[in-house]
Design a protein around this ligand. Structure first.
Ligand code: ARG
Length: 462
């Protein structure tokens, strides 16, 4: 039987099924810290404004602190039949301190209360995720530092294209994480406004001070319009979108790790700590972690689409549909935190197989573009003609079973006499990689510059 402390006009006990459908305590109990934090700030403000007495405030404050400790110690399990976390804490408080507890909800509604609790939760986790992103960027930077000379076939369409170095490849992911970090921080700033004091939808006749609560809770200032505030879940959508985009990046890297750790590529070896075996094939070492990270991207995308869909037809202001906002966010946040922690560890401890990467650079005539560029630059040949001459050189190399970088000067000149000495050196894969010295390019010098810039940027964030 549900204690109906919040139902003045409902006479009958709720049906069991209604309770099952309606009660959010089984999942919103996760918000107990935020709920208590918000109530303490609200009570402080009520007392300061003379809306409740100082004695009542002191009792409320002590009662809330005690409840917090009971929960932390595992003495109060929040497993009662109250509708939600807000009702649970309030009824516990009233059980403990009597009438003073009943005054806490003055000038407040669960609509602004839930908007506050949930926003506090999202804001807090936004910054935890941002910090983990920085840690991952630092790990990428470390791996990159060790690999500015490690040749690797750069690809398009998953086909060998041009020689690059491994640091350059890793720095591409570091750049994605930088954007992710900025997205989280931007969202934090955009949503850093306090919902409390909006009451049900229209504000309150009590002489409250929303600036006081905003300041105590670490917000920049109160939100502008209460009707919007109690029905706004953009902050939740933003964290879901930010997580989805970040997980999409993690998923792309994971896909590469799955490929790279296969016998076909062999570019990296994941530490035994981060691989699993097969129950039947004793020789197997499977990349379950990157596979799971790739898979988890599906579920966070689902959470984003769910909430977008829940919100799309809602009239102003609060509707109970909005109770569906929490579980997906809790799930995405949990997934994001775990994914970032394990990714960091895995990247830090994976072994880079420079030999295998270098070997792979001998497949696919990676430096062919360098020959065409040479013919344009040094022999004044129009690019399209140079392109065809290079095609013939590639055919010759294929006929001889060689890579273009292994052809002799005589071989090259047999295709076109304008190819002069010195070209052989240009077609070396490392020379080709280092020739790409344009800003943001793959040469070791330019890669190092990218590493330095990002290192400076990380320092500025802290
Ligand atoms: N448990 C509710 C939720 O999560 C709290 C707000 C309830 N408000 C209301 N008017 N019934 O959305």
């Amino acid at each position: 039987m549900s204690k109906k402390i919040a139902s003045a006009r409902i006479s009958q006990t709720s049906s069991k099924l209604l309770q099952e459908l309606n009660n959010s305590l089984p999942f919103d109990r996760l918000l107990y810290r935020e709920d208590i934090e918000g109530s303490r700030a609200h009570a402080f403000m009520l007392a300061e404004q003379g809306i409740i007495s100082q004695e009542d405030y002191e009792q409320i404050e002590q009662g809330l602190v005690d409840i917090y400790e009971e929960i932390e110690r595992g003495e109060y399990l929040l497993d009662g039949d109250e509708e939600d976390i807000h009702m649970a804490i309030e009824s516990r408080l009233t059980d403990k301190i009597g009438d003073a507890g009943k005054r806490l909800h003055t000038a407040r509604s669960r609509n602004d209360q839930v908007a506050l609790d949930f926003r506090l939760y999202v804001q807090k986790n936004t910054m935890v995720i941002a910090e983990l992103l920085l840690q991952n960027i630092e790990t990428f930077i470390q791996v990159a530092h060790k690999n500015i000379d490690t040749l690797l076939p750069g690809m398009t369409h998953l086909q060998h294209a041009q020689p690059i170095n491994f640091a350059y490849h890793i720095m591409a992911y570091a750049s994605m994480f930088k954007r992710d970090y900025e997205r989280f921080v931007n969202s934090y700033e955009r949503n850093n406004y306090s919902p409390i004091g909006c009451a049900a939808l229209a504000g309150t006749p009590h002489p409250i001070n929303r600036k006081t609560t905003a300041e105590r809770l670490g917000f920049k200032e109160p939100t502008l319009n209460c009707l919007d505030t109690v029905s706004d879940r953009d902050f939740a959508l933003e964290i879901l979108f930010n997580i989805s985009t970040m997980m999409m990046h993690i998923s792309r890297l994971s896909e590469e790790l799955v490929l790279w750790s296969s016998s076909e590529f062999g570019f990296v070896q994941l530490s035994d700590k981060h691989a699993t075996g097969s129950s039947i094939m004793p020789q197997k070492k499977n990349p379950d972690i990157p596979e799971l990270l790739r898979g988890k991207t599906g579920r966070v995308n689902g959470n984003l689409i769910s909430l977008l869909t829940v919100m799309k037809g809602l009239t102003l202001a609060y509707n109970k549909d909005m109770q569906e906002d929490k579980e997906g966010v809790f799930d995405s946040v949990k997934t994001a935190l775990l994914s970032l922690k394990i990714l960091n560890e895995m990247i830090d401890e994976m072994q880079v197989r420079e030999d295998k990467m270098q070997e792979a650079c001998m497949i696919g005539h990676l430096s062919a573009t360098d020959l065409a560029d040479y013919l344009v630059k040094e022999a004044g040949i129009p690019f399209r003609d140079a392109y065809h001459i290079t095609g013939s050189v590639v055919n010759l190399a294929e006929d001889k079973g060689l890579d273009i970088s292994e052809l002799s000067l005589e071989d090259l000149q047999s295709v076109d006499e304008r190819i002069a000495e010195g070209v052989v050196a240009l077609l070396d894969n490392r020379a080709s990689m280092n020739a790409r010295q344009s800003e943001g390019g793959t040469s070791s010098i330019r890669t190092l510059e990218q590493i330095d810039k990002l290192t400076q940027w990380v320092k500025l964030q802290r």
